[in-house]
Structures are given as C-alpha cells and as structure tokens.
Ligand binder design. Structure first.
Ligand code: G6P
Length: 369
C-alpha cells in the first residue's frame, strides 16, 4: 500500500531515500563521541587474535558481493591485510585455503542465502573465525557466525538492493578502521579524518537525492538503448559492477561493467556511434588514466556520461554530460557514487514500464543452491 511506501511510488525509491538514515543508524554508537575512534564490542576477537589474522576472505552473492569488493579495498588500504573476494557459489568448489588465522567475512542482507550459508559452514569447519555482516538480526547467518556486525538499514522490500548495499559499505569502513586502530596501521589523524568524512555522508547523499531529476532525464534517454557500458578503475570499477547489476535487474537493459583500462583488450570492439558509456572517474589518483579511456570510447562515437567529484574542471571537457558527487575521502566515494546509479536503474525501469519492485525471474532471497 501507499502507506507502507511512505508516499513513494515504489519501495525501491523509498529505500533509496532511506539511505541517509541507514548510514546514521549503522554508524550510530560505533563511533565515539569525539569522532576519533571506532568501537565494535560485537566483534568477538581479542586484539591478539586480530594481530594474528594473516588473510581475509570475503564471501557473498549478488549486491552483497559487490559490497565485498569495496570492502576488500578498504581493508587492504587501511589495515594492510591481504583480502580475497569470492562469489559464494564458487567459494567451496575451489578448495579455498582456509586456516585458523583466516578471517572469513560473509555478507548477506537477508542472512538466508543458501550459498553464503554453506560458505560460512565450510569456513567454520576449517577453524576460521567467521564474521557476518547482515541486515537481519535473527537470521541463519547471524546465528551461526562467530561475530556479527548488523547493518541497521531496516527492512528492505524491493528485490533490487540499495540501502542494504550502502549500509554494508558503512559496516566495512567501520570494520577496516577498527582493524587499523588495533594494528596501528594508520595514524590517529588519518582515522579521525575518515570518521569526519563518514559523518558527512548522510547529508551528502541528501544533496544527491535532491538532484534526482537530472538522473531521471538521463535515464529516459538510456531507456531507448539495448546495450550500454559502465567503465571505471579501482573502487570505481566495483561501483560500476553494482550500477550495471542494478540496471540489468530492473530495466532488463543489457549492460557490462568493465575495468576502464581493460576495454582495449576486447570490449572496445562493441563501441559504435551513439552507444552510451557511463564513465566513473571519481578516484582522483586514477583520473588521468580513466580520462584516457574515455577518449578511446569517444573516438568511436560513444556518448559518455562522466561521474566525478564536484569542482573538477577536466571532466566536463572530456565527456558529453557530467553528474558530480560531493567530495569525500577516496575510500568512501562508493557510498556516494552508487546513489546516482541506483536512481538511474530506478528511472530507466519506470520509463520502460516494468515492475520496479518485483523484477521478472528474481527473488529477494535465494534459499536454494
Ligand atoms: C538475491 C537478491 C539480491 C541480493 C542477493 C544476495 O539475488 O535479489 O538483491 O544481492 O540475493 O542476497 P543476500 O540476502 O545474501 O544479501
């Protein structure tokens, strides 16, 4: 009913708009009052045990897997522990090397995904400590894991996951900072800087949501196409994967997300006159490299939407259209850059007259392997 949707036309749009609250609630009391440290009493690992972690595996499905790709980057950058990421349905069958000093992180909105649960059990059988990041307190994954970080996104109804994904990003940033604090891999100043930036995210998301009309207009153009491409480097590539998945799930438009530098090894052959390319050029340190890839697709006639940080002078010159997101520290950009892509998928689906909240062939929670 409309009441349940709080005045929004669809659960997905409501949930996209609930993200600022979800960010605040997920950070909540996990940040100290001074904004200088993270506290995670739910982590059942002593400082000694944390110091003994030699590797981390992140295992999940779908959108939660995409959050894991961003999480890998955060953990490796902040805590310098090597991280591998796996899709849960692949993990068990590759006989992964799981030792007692392996930390296995499973990520699941519902906490009921069969493959993710099976991966958790495999990890426990091998003596690893399992940390679950989940949105459902009493779920199977939450009950069976050794430690649980709950994402306080609230119930997510739309099949296409939005606020659960971004809350998972917040959970990963908290966890990575906690590791860094414990291991001494970052200075107090660096940790404080990231926390300060985290606290600004909810308002920054609000400011993106207020510009939904810009995305809507672009989505109506996209809806006329059969194929499109998302490109990016580093975490921009991880976000590109999520943007592409979202669009496929609910608009049924075919898209591919590609690491920008890899285009010339094959996918570039598909670029022809008028093909839309969404280029994520949010990472400042990779900006020049990404722009050189934008030039490659422009030279073949692509129509490029550039997603970048506010105040950038070079991006508008290199692309056909720009959408800018507010500035934040490099590691946290996915928590902002994904929001316009969620809106893009939503408005494209709407323009095509599809059932936004219940896409064909897909289920909210997949409890069969
Ligand atoms: C299904 C849903 C996706 C979700 C995936 C993993 O495919 O449609 O939105 O990302 O399952 O779900 P989980 O509950 O484990 O995060």
């Amino acid at each position: 009913t409309t009441a349940e949707k709080a005045g929004f036309d669809h659960f997905m749009l409501k949930e996209i708009h609930e993200q600022p609250k979800a960010y605040r609630d997920t950070m909540g009391a996990r940040l100290n009052d001074e904004g200088t440290a993270v506290q995670l009493p739910e982590l059942k690992l002593t400082a000694e045990q944390i110091k003994g972690i030699s590797r981390i595996h992140i295992v999940a499905c779908g959108t939660a897997y995409h959050a894991g790709l961003v999480g890998k980057n955060m953990i490796e950058q902040l805590a310098r522990i090597p991280v591998e990421t796996d899709v849960a349905s692949e993990y068990r069958y590759r006989s992964p090397i799981i030792t007692k000093d392996t930390l296995v992180i499973v990520v699941s909105q519902s906490g009921e995904t069969a493959d993710t649960l099976a991966a958790l059990r495999e990890a426990k059988r091998n003596g690893a400590h399992v940390l679950a990041i989940t949105n459902v307190v009493g779920s199977s994954v939450a009950r069976e894991a050794d430690s649980v970080i709950v994402t306080w996104a609230g119930p997510e109804i739309a099949v296409a996951s939005t606020k659960a994904y971004t809350s998972q990003l917040i959970a990963f940033s908290l966890f990575s900072l906690f590791l860094a604090q414990t291991l001494g891999t970052q200075t107090t100043e660096a940790i404080t800087e990231t926390i300060t930036a985290m606290k600004q995210l909810p308002e920054q998301v609000e400011s993106i949501l207020a510009r939904g009309d810009e995305i809507k207009a672009y989505a109506e153009e996209i809806a006329k196409h059969k194929d499109l491409f998302f490109i990016g480097r580093g975490v921009d590539y991880a976000v590109a994967l999520e943007g592409s998945l979202k669009l496929k799930e609910i608009s049924y438009i075919h898209s591919e997300a590609y690491p920008a530098g890899e285009l010339k090894h094959g996918t570039l052959a598909l670029i022809e006159e008028g093909v839309p390319v969404i280029a994520l050029a949010v990472q400042e340190d990779l900006f020049e490299k990404t722009v050189s890839n934008v030039k490659e697709v422009k030279a073949r006639g692509a129509h490029v939407l550039g997603l970048g940080q506010e105040g950038h002078e070079e991006l508008p010159k290199a692309v056909d259209q720009v959408f800018s997101i507010p500035r934040t520290v490099s590691l946290l950009t996915p928590a902002l850059s994904v929001v316009p892509l969620q809106l893009l998928a939503y408005y494209a689906s709407l323009a095509l007259g599809h059932d936004v909240d219940k896409p064909r062939n897909l289920a909210k929670s997949v409890t069969v392997e």
